[in-house]
Design a protein around this ligand. Structure first.
Ligand code: HDE
Length: 732
């Protein structure tokens, strides 16, 4: 597109601004104007006395432009400051009337619009996406009965049981107060000091140390409502419910070394991944899952349903998948949409209700309160991204930035001058009538005894992990505590882990200069009798629990697709263009996104003599940005890459991060020149022509590359190949 000349508006000089949707506008349409609508003749030079100044105060356009700029920032979120959002829709699979009267969960033909914001918790707005952290997964459903916000995380439990501890938790985990170090990291003294004194956080700590805290993509992580909520049907019958999001691409993670490197190479890794996926039409999909629990089963488990440090094992209450969320549209205006969206756990619709979880109860106060500061006043509900699609009629008025112009004299109820309106709705008409829960008790500051077992589910999580996942938890523990200067804190935390599992604690201890703890007898880890009594209300024999839960491990997640996986093809001048194209076509047919990486941008000449477009220069990219790598043959190409440490490093790193690697023809020689070890590579002398070993696929025979491409695809589906003893030895 040619650059438009000054005084040449795209719309031919019409001052009408095309509205794409209400509240959306195209700033490039028409002539440049001030906020007051006056046309501007020059926005490049301030008004001066003579060309060398001084500048005049009467330059209204200048002052307005600078003033507006000066006020562009609003306070970032206290937590979850770093995030990214997308639009989409939700559709239920079948009417859910048996369980809930919520209108948006009845008709499979209805597409309810949603806006989802994913986030990290600890870092500030400009921090890196790949920090070890919980991810926020907040969904605003714009239902016909008003907005329902499911403000969840990608981890099903939380650090604390009572919201009154939230400021302490957040103060401890954020950068340390006196020095504002470290950014977006829990690996520091104040966090582990707090955590080691808060046994209730133990279960969550295990999740945080696991690979769940370093997701590969927002598109490949689960979501959880965390708290127990209620579903209530039209007859008023209530059941408890836990909300889940299940990603159709499966649950996949990065490795920690990769996550740290990405924080430098591409701090926007997750944001970019989501944007590009939606842009390319790879719409992220998640099924909404419900665990429904009869009220009569409130005390049937060996934990309290109101305790947010506990999950309901899927083996005890299966997750029913009842509908699907699809993200289909990127934002037009990051600030107006992602930054200004205001989620609130209190935003529910008729048929969905709260439980008495003391964490949820505090959240129901906090979210609206925080918006008053963040968005500057009570009218944030009128900002387009927050406005419900359902009509709004009420007597709220005035305040900063009021957008509505309310007509008439009547601004109170009851009234007769306004005909008694607006009228009150009934439950049958969709009014948000709260579940009439019966409550009674003594006013006191206390924690229920049924909340006191802090270790059983931490041990359940640990026992449910695969060996590889356990190893990653141990290493993460060594990293986190390894950054803690205080020996007392490290010691106390090892003692805490010892109550979860002796091997876990001893192995972390080994890495952080703490003496291995003694093995504890089972009795020390069991819930106190008081706790057990509190849960079961005297019926201990009926309490349900499990020792292992497969759903808590990522090992058996979905591994049947390469859709949207990023594959790097390494090439230089003289590359075997035929090999490259055949394999690329097969990968793209499977839905992968393939990029040719060469020493420079532009084009390279293939061995066949034609020109091949380069997608990225080696300088601007890195193996950590890709899921897999393929090296086609071409003697000159491979010789050039052998001379370039950058390509060798690329391969070393991909191997170290357990990624699928493919090489054909002379491409195998580049693998031989790298530092990868412990795998068999196709060798013209001794090995079979096509060889797959620990996710490394090689062939010398390039006459028919189809079997090779299929083997590489299978390797990419597996996501990571953990069974590589040589990976740790690779210098990268
Ligand atoms: Fe939040 N949380 N939170 N939180 N939270 C906020 O609200 C709070 C908790 C979660 O993308 C804040 O608008 C308290 C659990 C998400 O905009 C704030 C407590 C879970 C987001 C707040 C919790 C969450 C927030 C900051 C303990 C998982 C980002 C800015 C009682 C179920 C939403 C804002 C977005 C954001 C308070 C605990 C999830 C300060 C007091 C548990 C996904 O209001």
């Amino acid at each position: 597109m040619s650059v438009r000349q000054k005084n040449e508006p795209v719309d031919g000089g019409q001052r009408k601004v095309e509205s794409l949707e209400p509240n959306r506008e195209d700033p490039t349409a028409g002539y440049l104007s001030t906020e007051q609508g006056q046309l501007v003749d020059d926005t490049d030079n301030s008004l001066k006395v003579g060309p060398r100044g001084p500048t005049l105060l009467e330059d209204h356009h200048l002052r307005e432009k600078i003033t507006h700029f000066d006020h562009e920032r609003i306070p970032e979120r206290v937590v979850h400051a770093r995030g990214t959002g997308a639009h989409g829709f939700f559709q239920v699979y079948a009417p859910m009337a048996e369980y809930t009267r919520a209108a948006f969960l009845q008709d499979p033909a209805v597409k309810t619009p949603v806006f989802v914001r994913f986030s990290t918790v600890v870092g500030s707005r400009g921090s890196a996406d790949t920090a070890r952290d919980v991810r926020g997964f907040a969904t605003k459903f714009y239902t016909e009965e008003g907005n329902f916000d499911l403000v969840g995380n990608n981890i099903p439990v939380f650090f604390i049981q009572d919201g009154i501890k939230f400021p302490d938790l957040v103060h401890a985990i954020k950068p340390e107060h006196d020095r504002e170090i470290p950014q977006a990291s829990s690996a520091h003294d104040t966090f582990w000091d707090f955590a080691s004194l808060m046994p209730e956080s133990t279960h969550m700590l295990l999740w945080i140390l696991s690979d769940r805290a370093i997701p590969r993509s927002f598109r490949m992580m689960e979501g959880f409502g965390v708290h127990t909520f209620r579903l209530v049907n039209a007859a008023g019958k209530a059941r408890f419910v836990k909300f889940h999001w299940k990603p159709l691409l499966g649950v996949h993670s990065l490795v920690w070394d990769e996550a740290q490197k990405l924080a430098g190479k591409d701090p926007d890794f997750h944001r970019r991944d989501l944007w590009e996926a939606i842009d390319k039409g790879d719409f992220p999909e998640y099924e909404l899952g419900l665990q429904i629990i009869e009220e009569s089963d409130e005390h049937a488990f060996d934990f309290d349903l109101l305790d947010a440090t506990k999950l309901v094992p899927e083996e005890l209450v299966p997750v029913q998948r009842i509908g699907k969320l699809t993200l289909t549209r990127n934002t037009d205006d990051f600030f107006a949409e992602t930054e200004q969206v205001a989620y609130h756990t209190g935003n529910i619709v008729s048929g969905i209700d709260f439980s008495d979880d003391p964490l949820l109860q505090v959240r129901n106060f906090s979210y609206i309160d925080t918006q008053l500061t963040r968005l500057g006043g009570p009218n944030f509900t009128e900002i387009p991204i927050n406005r419900p699609l359902a009509p709004v009629h009420n007597m709220n008025q005035d305040g900063f930035m009021q957008q509505r112009i309310k007509v008439g004299r009547v601004n109170y109820t009851p009234n007769s001058l306004g005909g008694g309106c607006p009228a009150m709705a009934t439950m049958a008409q969709g009014a948000l009538v709260h579940y009439p829960e019966h409550v009674e008790g003594t006013k006191l500051r206390a924690r229920s005894p049924s909340f006191k077992d802090h270790y059983t589910q931490a041990t359940l999580f640990w026992n449910s992990q695969s060996d590889v996942e356990k190893e990653h938890i141990i290493r993460a523990g060594r990293f986190e505590l390894g950054k803690v200067a205080s020996l007392d804190v490290r010691q106390r935390m090892i003692d805490g882990f010892n109550k979860v599992d002796h091997e876990l604690a001893s192995r972390i201890a080994e890495g952080v200069g703490v003496a291995p703890p003694p093995k504890l007898g089972a009795v020390l880890r069991a819930p106190t009798p008081q706790a057990a009594a509190g849960v079961a209300k005297g019926k201990a024999s009926s309490r349900r629990s499990v020792d292992r839960s497969e759903a808590l491990s990522m090992a058996k997640t979905v591994k049947n697709t390469i859709k949207s996986r990023r594959v790097a093809i390494l090439a230089a001048a003289g590359v075997a263009g035929g090999e490259l194209r055949v394999v690329r076509a097969a990968l793209e047919a499977g839905g992968a996104h393939v990029q040719v990486i060469a020493p420079h941008l532009g084009e390279i000449k293939t061995a066949e003599g034609d020109m091949l477009k380069v997608d990225a220069s080696l300088l601007t990219t890195a193996s950590v940005m890709y899921d897999a790598v393929f090296i086609p043959g071409g003697a000159a190409s491979v010789a050039a890459m052998e001379e370039n440490g950058g390509f060798i490093h690329f391969i070393n790193e991909a191997f170290k991060h357990h990624k699928p690697i493919g090489a054909s023809g002379e491409g195998v020689d580049l693998l031989l020149a790298s530092d990868i070890q412990g795998v068999d590579l196709a060798d013209p002398q001794s090995a079979p022509p096509l060889l797959t070993d620990q996710g490394v696929v090689t062939t010398r025979d390039v006459s028919d590359l189809d079997p090779f491409a299929q083997a590489l695809i299978a390797s990419i589906m597996a996501h990571r190949h953990w069974d590589r003893p040589g990976a740790e030895a690779v210098p990268a």
